[in-house]
Design a protein around this ligand. Sequence first.
Ligand SMILES: N[C@@H](CCC(=O)N[C@@H](CS)C(=O)NCC(=O)O)C(=O)O
Length: 246
Amino acid sequence: MSSRLLYFWFFICCDDSPISYILNTTGHGVGIREVASKTANKMPAYKLMYFEGKGRAEVIRLSFAAAGQSFEDKRYSIEEWYKVKPTIPQHQLPCLQVDGRFIPQSGAIMRYIAREFGLHGDNNDENTRVDVILGASDDFLKNVMSWYYEKDETKKEEINKNLEETKLPQFFSLLESILKENDDGDGYFVGKKISLADILIYDITDQTSSVAKLPAFPPKLAGLIDRVKNYSKIKEYLAKREKLTQ
Ligand SMILES: N[C@@H](CCC(=O)N[C@@H](CS)C(=O)NCC(=O)O)C(=O)O
């Protein structure tokens, strides 16, 4: 397997539980509100732990970038990882440390950051719209995951064909119709500003393009992808990230 694929993904949104927990080092749950109140008067120190590569961490890095929030971007080598793994809650990455407390699960982390920095919509309807897009993305990503984990080359090719000819066009057309419901598709997925939904869709199309030939974007989706890439803080981040393994 190429190193490009070794670090490929994934993702995402596996956290369907209604409550996300911040864990302390011994793994006990601590409610998000408790942490928020403890840190209300100062900006917490963020440390995102993952591997070299985009994978499940990139949407979180992009969200920090969009928010203009600095964070420590800790990238473990495989050797380093096996040394620290027993100390990390749930023994998987990504994991975010917020003032020393741990948040495991990429879905929980991305939502936590989005809520902290106004990237999860401004009211219940908008929060829900973001969640609908996260859910649809999760459904789509199952196809990519099945390709990723398939060992039989013939079956892998079939999955890839199905991805390129059916699943990707279906996903893009769904996104196009959701986009059109807001500002006639000429703005963002939700409300009047960028949100986690836009950032995630940009990241999924970017990462999927390294394993499948993407069909042409429908017009409104093409515009959205362009807006995200050119969102000034994201543009700045993208200009610096080419060192990442893809
Ligand atoms: N549901 C978890 C899955 C995390 C996961 O599978 N992480 C992989 C990397 S993408 C990992 O930590 N692999 C190393 C290991 O399990 O030792 C999430 O979304 O964060």
